[in-house]
Design a binder for this molecule. Structure first.
Ligand code: AN7
Length: 333
């Protein structure tokens, strides 16, 4: 089954490297927001859903910070399976909630966070013939690793560095599987150093402890007990990489910078990859090829940009005349 997922653009950053004081690096963005439901989740969801159908599941279920639920809802509809979605109330971006409902999933919001929602999903699935389509489903990461193979295909080799946001730590693990596969089958001559970034208020891997009450403006990665914790640490260690964290301020600043230097609108959580790159840019050698993954589309969350730019936005309408517009636009002599 397919909704047209994968094959997303890898776009060279022409302006941003100089803006962050590193005109000497070759930087590319992998635009995963151009997948059919607007995030990288579609790569793994198509496979997880096909296998659920094949294995005779009666329904699928997921916990989600938003994007998994949007993707699951769309692919479940395509597969003809009922879909149940458990969300942390008040912490899911408007566009994602709209998608999950509109694709026809049964959406339940809990008075709790993502980690509690995932625990509940595990308990519910244990009681019946209902398949979990979170990244603990083994097919999810197998599907997601295709993104790394596409990067290799476009560059003709693996990059020197991969920067990526970390929430449940599934995607960094999937990319690492893909890069190792690329090297073993000979399409790449090397593997990149993997640099993953959690939000500071939910940096479980960085701190080495489960965070009971994770907080961050980047709600997609507001996760305190990452499901793929161990595999992500292995990816970091095997690749001589790093898992670090970035503050909400650093995330929002990167979020705005990529829009205003490159014309790319990603969601706040996606900008954790760029925020990490900026933070560690001095560690990158001259001439290095660097890929930053922008995991989700900016349109998912229409509220944060308006909040971030509220000083620039005057919502009061003006009189519709050329004279007034020239005055407001600063075009008067
Ligand atoms: C835009 O949808 O966990 O480290 O439930 O939506 O593989 O979890 C989303 C995660 C990064 C983190 N960027 O990836 C969910 C969910 C965006 C995301 C991540 C998510 P993982």
């Amino acid at each position: 089954m397919t909704l047209g997922e994968g094959g997303t653009p890898l776009v060279r950053a022409e302006n941003l490297p100089a803006k962050i004081g590193r005109p000497d690096i070759e930087l590319y963005f992998k635009l995963e927001g151009l997948n059919p439901t607007g995030s990288f989740k579609d790569r793994g969801m198509t496979l997880a859903m096909s296998k659920a159908k094949e294995e005779g599941a009666e329904a699928v279920i997921c916990a989600s910070t938003g994007n998994t639920s949007a993707s699951a809802a769309a692919f479940a509809t395509k597969a003809g399976l009922p879909c149940y979605v458990i969300l942390p109330s008040g912490k899911v971006a408007a566009g994602k909630l709209a998608q999950a409902i509109f694709y026809g999933a049964k959406v339940v919001q809990i008075d709790g966070n993502f980690d509690q929602a995932l625990d509940l999903v595990r308990a519910l699935a244990a009681e019946g013939n209902i398949t979990i389509v979170n990244s603990i489903n083994p097919y999810r990461l197998e599907g997601q690793k295709t993104a790394a193979l596409e990067v290799i295909e476009k560059l003709g080799n693996a990059p020197d560095y991969l920067f990526i946001p970390v929430g449940n730590a599934g995607n960094i693990s999937a990319y690492w599987r893909g890069f190792k596969l690329g090297k073993s089958i000979g399409t790449a001559k090397k593997t990149p150093r993997m640099f993953g970034f959690e939000a500071e208020g939910s940096a479980a891997i960085v701190r080495g402890v489960v965070i009971e009450n994770p907080e961050t403006i980047a709600t997609a990665i507001r996760i305190g007990n990452p499901a793929s914790w161990k595999e992500a640490e292995a990816a970091r260690d095997e690749s001589q990489g790093k898992i670090g964290c970035v503050t909400d301020e650093e995330i929002l600043s990167a979020y705005k910078l990529v829009a205003r230097t490159e014309g790319i609108f990603c969601e706040p959580s996606s900008a954790a990859s760029l925020a990490g790159l900026i933070k560690y840019s001095r560690e990158i050698e001259k001439g290095a090829k660097v890929v930053a993954v922008l995991t989700g589309n900016g349109l998912k969350d229409p509220n944060t940009p308006i909040e971030v730019c509220k000083d620039e936005l005057d919502l009061k309408p003006v009189e519709p005349s050329v004279k007034t517009l020239k005055a407001v636009m600063g075009l008067c002599k």
